[in-house]
Design a protein around this ligand. Structure first.
Ligand code: UDP
Length: 347
């Protein structure tokens, strides 16, 4: 079976491509390489000869995507392609609506025309905005009121998918959709082939590890006056391989006409300070921290209740300690201190 993976050269997308290839699927990966890595695609193509087709293109190109879907008879799509920085989305909201919302609309139209049967969409905890304390840990039925354009750009796609799914069911041509609301993804694959390498890097765990490896001087804590136990923001960190496993289970379980939404997290929150301490333990290095201002768009706490996917599909995060997540990311970072472009890992 061939599966289309959009954003397949990105951090999470590339880990998903690797898993699908390992499971014996053929994969067509499409990526603009705006923030994805050609090198990740080369490494995977070499590890799985003849099984990965990489297409350097934008999912917003509806005709091209429709052509690929038809030519390869693809029925399953994992849609990762997106811009995913909260702070950037506040600065440049229109880019987020264009690249996340409009591009997804084009992809959905291509899927509609080409008789795709299952689509799994990378949504986000940012769609929940700033939930009431009584709603934390967050269940899927928590009201979705995003407080930044990133979350809003993803919520709009969830709504399009729900309406598409309902209309196709009414028309007797059912399609199945899952919206997976990621909390904070960290770590890298156990084999050491793939890692997390964003330019610019804005995510906490890789930034803290960069401070540990010496690529940056210190980690700045964005706000220590939040209404949380130690004053820093609390997030629910999930290992990238657990996240990918959830996609595989969902894809296997989706039945025609279904629309499902699941939170993907461990169910345990960690503060920015706790993450920095876990990285100190994982690396054994000194890590200098600095106090900084709050980052616009950051809610104080986002912790998942991952009970729904546990009940429905028996999925649970296997890696629950931040230290273990950081240790897996650290192994890759030590081998690739400057990321994919450092030439490490073979030609
Ligand atoms: N954060 C921080 N310093 C940094 C980067 C992030 O204090 O240099 C905080 C950020 O404010 C948030 C948490 O770390 O509370 C996780 O941020 P990240 O960007 O990794 O993920 P997000 O929650 O935005 O998806």
């Amino acid at each position: 079976m061939t599966i289309l993976v959009t954003g397949g050269a990105g951090y999470i997308g590339s880990h998903a491509v690797q898993r699908l290839l390992r499971d014996g699927h053929d994969v067509v990966a499409i990526d603009t390489l705006f923030r994805g890595h050609a090198r990740a695609m080369h490494l995977l193509a070499r590890a799985f000869p003849g099984r990965l087709t990489f297409i350097h293109a934008d999912v917003a190109d509806r005709a091209l995507v429709e052509g690929i879907l038809r030519a390869r008879g693809i029925r399953d799509v994992l849609h990762f392609a997106a811009m995913a920085y909260v702070g950037e989305s506040v600065e440049e909201p229109l880019r987020y609506y264009r690249n996340n919302t409009l591009a997804s609309l084009a992809l959905i139209e291509a899927c509609d025309r080409a008789q795709v049967e299952r689509l799994v969409f990378s949504s986000t905890a940012a769609t929940y905005g700033e939930p009431d304390a009584s709603r934390i840990p967050i269940r899927e039925d928590c009201p979705q009121h995003p407080i930044n354009p990133y979350g809003a750009s993803k919520l709009a796609v969830e709504r399009m998918l729900a309406d598409w799914c309902a209309s196709r069911a009414r028309a007797g041509r059912p399609v199945a959709v899952a919206c997976l609301r990621y909390f904070n993804v960290a770590g890298s694959d156990a084999s050491g082939l793939l890692g997390e390498d964003h330019h610019p890097e804005t995510h906490l765990v890789p930034l803290v590890l960069q401070a540990a490896v010496g690529v940056r001087e210190a980690i700045t804590i964005f706000g220590a006056d939040y209404p949380t136990p130690d004053g820093t923001c609390v997030r629910d960190y999930i290992h990238v391989e657990d996240l990918v496993e959830a996609h595989i289970r969902v894809l296997g379980a989706l039945r025609p006409g279904e629309w499902r939404a699941y939170n993907l997290g461990t169910g345990r929150g960690a503060s920015v300070r706790e993450v920095i301490d876990a990285c100190r333990r994982a690396t054994g290095r000194e890590i200098t921290e600095r106090a900084g201002a709050r980052r616009p768009g950051d809610p104080p706490e986002l912790t998942a209740d991952p009970g729904a996917i546990a009940r429905d599909l028996g999925w649970k995060a296997r890696v629950t300690s931040i230290e273990d997540m950081a240790a897996s990311a650290w192994r890759w970072m030590l081998a690739h201190p400057r990321g994919y472009d450092d030439g490490a890992g073979g030609a």
